[in-house]
Design a protein around this ligand. Structure first.
Ligand code: GLY
Ligand code: MN
Ligand code: MN
Length: 463
């Protein structure tokens, strides 16, 4: 499905809701594309997410000014010199119609001294913002915002935490394109090919429908590297391939899905056994997702299920509840069970933990909870991920200071039999509904039998 654009009414309504929260003027910059290696060779432009939320168009170097009474977009005038190279830019009238507001030339922008703005994430954007505001802005200093800027951050968080109809449609489309990529990736996976071949097939599958990647794709047989950046290894029979790939709509809405499938098309008995444990941990977490539940409890439900499954496999010994309290989950599942999802794959992480953590809550220091990016009480229309994993990470398992008091409960001889399980993660995108949840990425197979059947089908078609 070619992605649709949200109607102007969606942006008008978002800006109206923001206006109702504002006490003075607020300014949003779209930012600039970043140079790859020299000024004329640049990364594709992707506007700042707060700007996209309120305008929906990726207009480089534009500024949205919102006051309690009105919203105006200031954009650079179409440059005939530039058009020679990159084609016609949308006219002010076209922009005005798409975003539902008046558009003026950037030169006419006047910034009042009490104007607030959230720090842009790139240096050029921050520099431009500093010039407009007449004060220094550090890119990425969102987490430390204070005073009126903090009030603007909180207003944006309040708006963006609960997705509106237009956003939900965008998230559904991102999930659709993400599903197309995962099906393509599974069907081309073969021993002897490089991981990069799967990655290319996945990016092509959403690229041909007009979507981009919402983050750098992770396609690796070294699944124990949580955010592996390389895909240059040859895949072998017996390997698992961990694939964490998500599509982004042109309006900037993200998908974020992980599957772990066998390169041969069939899981070994040990891989299957651990896979089922991770799947049960994911099911336990998913079963908790509904309004008013604290996300830390969703995370802990996954950890408890993981520990109990590992006791069943004989990898851990002891009482699962006690082992969980001792922190056994973190030995194999050291990250959080998920995060907010929206315009950013980790939504609003430009504001640090301000979006993910409710006021009065801070990250726990326990190893099993310290990487948890979200700990709010869930609300209807929040979008988030659920992504437990099992990893054999040598720097955790081989270090006495990491294993600590858990050593007597860790059956290393049994664990050795699971050497062909380096890393398994299963991640879905989830919308909190009025009474429960909806898995937006439900079309992407994750049961062992379904994955093996799809792999079989792909091989039959190829032969
Ligand atoms: N793809 C990054 C994450 O799952 O958080
Ligand atoms: Mn994720
Ligand atoms: Mn992911």
């Amino acid at each position: 499905m070619w992605p649709t654009t949200s109607p102007p009414s969606a942006f008008i309504e978002r800006r109206r809701r923001l206006q109702a929260k504002l006490k003075g003027p607020a300014l949003f910059v779209s930012g600039f594309s970043r140079p790859r290696n020299f000024a004329g060779n640049r990364y594709p432009f992707r506007a700042e997410s707060h700007f996209l939320y309120l305008v929906g168009r990726t207009i480089e170097g534009a500024v949205l000014l919102v006051t309690p009474d009105q919203a105006l977009l200031y954009a650079p005038e179409p440059d005939p010199e530039e058009e020679l190279w990159t084609g016609a830019m949308p006219s002010f009238d076209e922009l005005s119609e798409a975003a539902g507001l008046s558009v003026r030339p950037l030169e006419e922008l006047e910034v009042a001294p009490d104007t607030v703005s959230l720090p842009a994430q790139d240096w050029d954007g921050a520099l431009f913002q500093s010039e407009l505001l007449g004060r220094d802005i550090d890119p990425g200093s969102g987490p430390e915002v204070e005073g009126a800027t903090a009030a603007l951050a909180d207003a944006m968080i309040e708006l963006r935490l609960q997705q509106d109809e237009a956003a939900i449609l965008q998230l559904r489309q991102a999930a659709w394109a993400t599903a197309a990529a995962h099906r393509a990736g599974l069907s081309v996976t073969r021993p002897g090919l490089r991981e990069a071949a799967v990655r290319a097939a996945m990016e092509s599958a959403f690229g041909e429908w007009g979507y981009a990647a919402s983050y750098n794709p992770i396609v690796t047989t070294r699944g124990e590297v949580l955010h592996a950046e390389r895909s240059d290894l040859v895949m072998r029979n017996g390997d698992l391939l961990l694939v964490d790939v998500g599509a982004e709509t042109p309006e900037g809405w993200a998908g974020d899905v992980t599957r772990t499938w066998p390169v041969s098309g069939v899981y070994s008995p040990t891989q299957r056994a651990v896979y089922e444990v991770v799947l049960s941990a994911q099911a336990a977490a998913l079963a908790c997702v509904r309004p008013a539940v604290r996300y830390l409890d969703v995370h802990r439900a996954a950890g408890r299920a993981m520990v109990s499954g590992l006791v069943d496999l004989g990898i851990l010994r002891g009482d699962p509840g006690e082992l969980f309290e001792l922190g056994a989950a973190a030995l194999f599942f050291p990250h959080g069970v998920g995060h907010l999802l929206g315009l950013d794959v980790h939504d609003m992480e430009d504001l640090g933990d301000r979006a993910g953590y409710a006021i009065g809550r801070e990250r726990a220091t326990r190893p099993s909870d310290r990487y948890l990016r979200l700990d709010r009480d869930l609300l209807p229309r929040m979008a988030l991920t659920i992504e437990p994993g099992f990893y054999q990470i040598r720097r955790l398992l081989d270090r006495p200071e990491e294993v600590g008091a858990l050593e007597p409960f860790l059956c290393r001889d049994v664990l050795e039999k699971f050497a062909d399980v380096r890393g398994i993660r299963i991640e879905d995108d989830v919308l909190v509904t009025e009474h429960g949840s909806e898995v937006l990425s439900a079309d992407i197979p994750k049961r062992v039998d379904d994955i093996e059947a799809l792999a079989r089908e792909a091989r039959q078609v190829a032969n």
